[in-house]
Design a protein around this ligand. Structure first.
Ligand SMILES: *Cc1c(COP(=O)(O)O)cnc(C)c1O
Length: 390
């Protein structure tokens, strides 16, 4: 693998076959009248945006969505040509960038529209926009029906905008209690009742909604977390309509193995004290890779067995307690499977008292992403060397 573009024995593996399997299952589940928007914001939830986007598109995803213009521009630079929706707020002064790169912007106020028009004279190209309505998430979106009507009127009369979509976002679609979800869905239905669903994309569904309520998604789904093979929440993990395949795993190798005597101490603060003679292994991964200090109580896999991390996690390294002597270069799995044993993203999330979404996102760009197909390496992306190696 070294030849493929990285020189430290720590890497994340991204199984692109898992991505295509999840996209394909979701498309079948939703039916052919529903467009699949692959959500690849935040470097595809830490997996690798260009590679995931290409795998999703090849499996039939019609569009992509990201949070910010910069993310969309980066995908265009990589040669991706499908429609891309920027879901976050963009500056009015940047509509020319959206035009230049053919990106759809999210709009959520009349004031924004009026100011955006002033930025540039209408020309033959129109700015594609999706209107966002806030039905209860309280983040971005038009809340009042009157403003929504005024915005529609303004767009109809302008030659500057092209209304491509109307959408909203649910706050509780991943919870067993569907009360608030139904309230939001009802509000959204009222907002879009006069919108022509034959011509305009109407979308409200994230992964949880698309998986659980395919009959309520209108004509497009924004497929994020479950494209990566992760359940939107533990609450609904047993309600999934098909098997998700986890794409992300994290690995390292033993770079030093030593025997320490009873009473010897390990790592900063000398907080770990060996209660017997034991074998200790050092791994070249630490909190600067996103394996943060809170994970000091967690386990990793060596030769298919769970072993504990001991002492404080350092910036670039950590130590584990081995059951016996192991060879330098032995593979250690921090997330993923070895033989029959598996450490899931959900397990790491629960140790961190957070949600699975956050885990691959916080594995930093210092960790190269190795992309697999048919269990073979097809590409390595190493941000440190500013490169992609095939
Ligand atoms: C991130 C995001 C999604 C994707 O949600 P998942 O739960 O990951 O499927 C959809 N819509 C919006 C507006 C988002 O910000």
């Amino acid at each position: 693998m070294e030849k493929l573009g990285f020189y430290r024995d720590t890497w994340a593996e991204i199984d692109l076959d898992a991505i295509t399997s999840n996209v394909s299952s979701m498309k079948t589940h939703l039916g052919s009248h529903v467009k699949l928007i692959a959500v690849v914001k935040a470097n595809a939830y830490g997996h690798g945006d260009v590679q995931v986007a290409k795998a999703a598109i090849e499996t039939g995803a019609e569009q992509l969505a990201v949070a910010f213009l910069d993310e969309a521009i980066s995908l265009r630079h990589a040669g991706i040509t499908v429609p891309i929706l920027v879901m976050g707020a963009s500056r009015q002064t940047d509509v020319k960038i959206a035009l230049e790169y053919d990106l759809a912007l999210t709009v959520f106020s009349l004031k924004w529209l009026k100011e955006a028009v002033n930025q540039e004279e209408a020309k033959d190209k129109r700015v594609s926009i999706h209107l966002k309505v806030d039905t209860g998430m309280g983040r971005l979106g038009i809340r009042e029906e009157q403003e929504f009507k005024d915005v529609l009127q303004f767009i109809r009369e302008s030659t500057f905008f092209n209304l491509e979509g109307v959408y909203t976002h649910f706050a509780t679609a991943d919870e067993l209690d569907t009360h608030y979800f139904e309230e939001q869905l009802h509000k959204f239905t009222l907002f879009v009742k006069n919108i022509d669903i034959e011509k305009i994309m109407i979308h409200c569904a994230n992964s949880a909604t698309g998986l659980r309520f395919p009959e309520n998604v209108f004509n497009a789904v924004r497929f994020g977390i479950s494209m990566y093979g992760l359940a939107p929440s533990l609450e609904i993990i047993n309600q999934l309509p098909f098997q998700l395949k986890e794409a992300f795993s994290l690995h390292s190798k033993l770079v030093h193995v030593k025997r320490i005597p009873k009473g010897a101490k390990v790592s900063y603060g000398a907080t770990y004290v060996a209660d017997e003679d034991q074998w200790i292994g050092t791994l070249p991964i630490g909190y600067a890779d996103g394996w943060i200090r809170r994970l000091r109580e967690s386990e990793v896999l060596v030769d298919g067995k769970r072993v504990p991390i001991i002492g404080r996690i350092c910036m670039d390294q950590l130590m584990i307690k081995l059951p016996n002597e192991k060879a330098i270069g032995t593979k250690v799995t921090l997330i993923g499977s070895q033989d029959k044993e598996k450490i899931t993203v959900d397990e790491v999330a629960s140790r961190l008292d957070t949600i699975n979404y956050e885990v691959p996102c916080i594995i930093t760009s210092r960790v190269p992403r190795v992309f697999l197909r048919n269990q073979g390496v097809v590409e390595v992306r190493n941000e440190l060397l500013r490169g992609s190696f095939k």
